[in-house]
Design a protein. Structure first.
Length: 463
């Protein structure tokens, strides 16, 4: 990287899903790896179990001695770390080489053939299914994922005999402009991150620029209906896909049978019939079509695609069933954008059409809450009962007059309330529960095992 050779890699924000994949990668390559994060999580617990040192103290003194030499240590930083963070200041002022996560990922992926999946929503599931399909085919692959794949309990896949690299392409802070795809999918260009882009038009243009980075002779796969007009390099082929709205690649004969989802996958040259979706959630049919499109274009066989899609077991915090008894079902989902919420709630309705659904939502970011309060309220109005937690700020400072109340006041259902994380279990104790779902991208995941244990105690062991 930039002509320098480093022995040590220190990650500021190592608990982030993208950062942790890079940390695992450099550990696997034999480098010394450590990092800082604000608080412990499942990700940091797993990193520590794998032999990676994680500190939760932001002081300079907490930095391990091995990582204090600017000559042989690269600092990898995420945008979530503020400028005035003590360790950030120390590394900048002491002359350390520092790179953003996206820069480091871009350097790694340029060594192979990168398959980059971008979009406002759907990119984590699509990239993980793509990686699973390729990894279990004759092609194999490496993968840097934006979620923990249940099949591998990891967000990193490594192969010694493949130069394919599957990457989740993050639009935040224009990170995906650091990538050089051989193949790319764009799942959605619905506006988000307006704190960075300011306008929907600027957001859309960022995806056009991403598409323009595809290597000559490469492939762009667009969700049908997406209106972007990138200046593509020579020989880049463009394909369309959808769930069941036509396009070069799509699904047909989608039906549910004994709790399983089956469908046909239609390609420009035929179809793969009677596929069974291993993660039986309706919103995953479209994600699977995009992933199978990439695998098919790469050269995976029909039977490899068939077996791979059937054996995919989902992603941690992506529509996971956490607890299920005769009385109560508890699910957890990462949905944090209005479109994701709508899709997730619709899928839950499809699974449990006659049951009462209680949703617990933690808004993520003050700016996103401000920009999409109306859309969030409309999505949450499809629940029978809504419980809103306080906004998770992540990298942001509070904004005056922006709180969860901004969403709650426009939720149409009568059963709605605000609650702190600390009082959530006390509130649930007072309710008659049927189907319960937690939504959000903040630290609501720390409540998942507590809610599960509460339900076990109240309703008995899970089925």
């Amino acid at each position: 990287m930039k002509g320098r050779t480093f022995k040590n890699y220190y990650f500021l924000g190592i608990g982030g899903i993208g950062m942790s994949a890079l940390a695992r990668y450099f550990k696997s390559e034999g480098f010394n790896v450590a990092g800082y994060d604000r608080s412990s999580s499942k990700v940091t617990d797993d990193l520590q179990a794998e032999g990676i040192s994680v500190v939760f103290d932001e002081t300079i003194e907490a930095i391990p001695e091995t990582f204090r030499n600017p000559e042989d240590t690269l600092i990898v930083i995420t945008p979530a770390i503020p400028e005035d963070h003590p360790q950030n200041i120390y590394f900048r002022q002491t002359g350390f080489s520092m790179q953003k996560r996206a820069e480091v990922l871009g350097s790694i992926t340029r060594k192979g053939r990168a398959i980059c999946i971008a979009g406002t929503h759907g990119k984590t599931t699509t990239s993980t299914i793509t990686a699973h399909l390729l990894y279990n085919s004759k092609l194999s692959c490496n993968a840097f994922l934006g979620g923990i794949a249940n099949n591998y309990n990891s967000n990193l896949l490594l192969s010694t005999n493949s130069d394919w690299v599957v990457v989740e392409a993050d639009e935040y802070d224009r990170s995906f402009h650091q990538l050089t795809p051989t193949m790319a999918v764009i799942t959605s260009v619905e506006a988000d991150h307006l704190d960075i882009y300011e306008t929907e038009e600027a957001f859309r243009r960022s995806f056009e620029h991403f598409a323009s980075l595809i290597r000559p002779g490469g492939v762009l796969v667009l969700r049908r209906g997406i209106e972007i007009h990138p200046e593509l390099q020579d020989g880049v082929k463009v394909y369309s896909y959808s769930m069941n709205e036509g396009g070069d690649f799509h699904a047909e004969h989608i039906h549910t049978q004994n709790g399983e989802i089956h469908f046909d996958f239609v390609t420009p040259k035929g179809r793969i019939e009677k596929l069974r979706l291993g993660s039986p959630v309706l919103i995953n049919v479209e994600n699977s079509v995009a992933a199978m499109t990439l695998a098919w274009l790469c050269g995976a066989s029909d039977e490899e695609i068939r077996s791979g899609i059937a054996s995919f077991s989902g992603i941690y915090r992506r529509f996971n069933t956490v607890y299920q008894s005769a009385q109560v079902v508890y699910m957890d989902d990462y949905a944090h954008h209005p479109s994701e919420l709508r899709a997730s709630i619709s899928s839950i309705r499809n699974l449990y059409p006659k049951r009462k659904i209680t949703g617990i939502f933690q808004p993520h970011l003050y700016t996103r809450t401000r920009d999409f309060a109306d859309e969030f309220a409309r999505a949450l109005s499809e629940l029978d009962e809504t419980i809103l937690l306080d906004i998770y700020p992540a990298r942001e400072k509070p904004i005056e007059n922006v709180s969860s109340e901004l969403i709650l006041k426009d939720v149409k259902s009568k059963n709605k309330s605000l609650c702190s994380m600390e009082n959530l279990l006390t509130l649930l104790e007072k309710k008659e529960l049927d189907v319960v779902v937690t939504f959000g991208a903040g630290n609501i995941d720390r409540m998942v095992p507590k809610i599960r244990d509460f339900l076990k105690k109240k309703y008995g062991s899970a089925n």
